[in-house]
Design a protein around this ligand. Structure first.
Ligand SMILES: [Zn+2]
Length: 91
C-alpha cells in the first residue's frame, strides 16, 4: 500500500496517524497505537498541530458533557488544516 510515502524512520505516515487519531482522542486506541502516534508527532510538526487542535476541541466537548466529537466538527477541522483529503479517503 505504501509506494512512496517516505517519511521519518518511525514507520507510520501522516495518513496512518490521522486514521488512528479519532481512536486516540476517544481513548480507544491500543497502547501500541498511542505510542506510534506520539512518536510520529515528535517528528512531524504538521500532525502535532492537528492533534493539538483536535485534542483541545475534544476537551471542550467533554467539558460540555459530550463524549463524542461530531464528525462534522472533525471534518471542518481537517479541512481548515488543509487535510480534507485524509478525511474523505478514510471513510
Ligand atoms: Zn505527520
Amino acid at each position: 500500500m505504501d509506494k512512496h510515502t517516505h517519511h521519518h524512520e518511525g514507520g507510520s505516515s501522516c495518513h496512518e496517524l490521522l486514521e488512528g487519531l479519532s481512536l486516540y482522542l476517544d481513548g480507544d486506541a491500543e497502547e501500541s497505537l498511542c505510542r506510534e502516534i506520539e512518536y510520529h508527532m515528535k517528528d512531524c510538526e504538521n500532525c502535532r498541530v492537528v492533534v493539538n487542535t483536535l485534542a483541545k476541541t475534544v476537551e471542550l466537548y467533554h467539558e460540555h458533557g459530550k463524549t463524542q466529537m461530531p464528525q462534522e466538527a472533525k471534518q471542518r477541522l481537517f479541512i481548515a488544516l488543509d487535510l480534507g483529503d485524509y478525511m474523505s479517503s478514510s471513510e
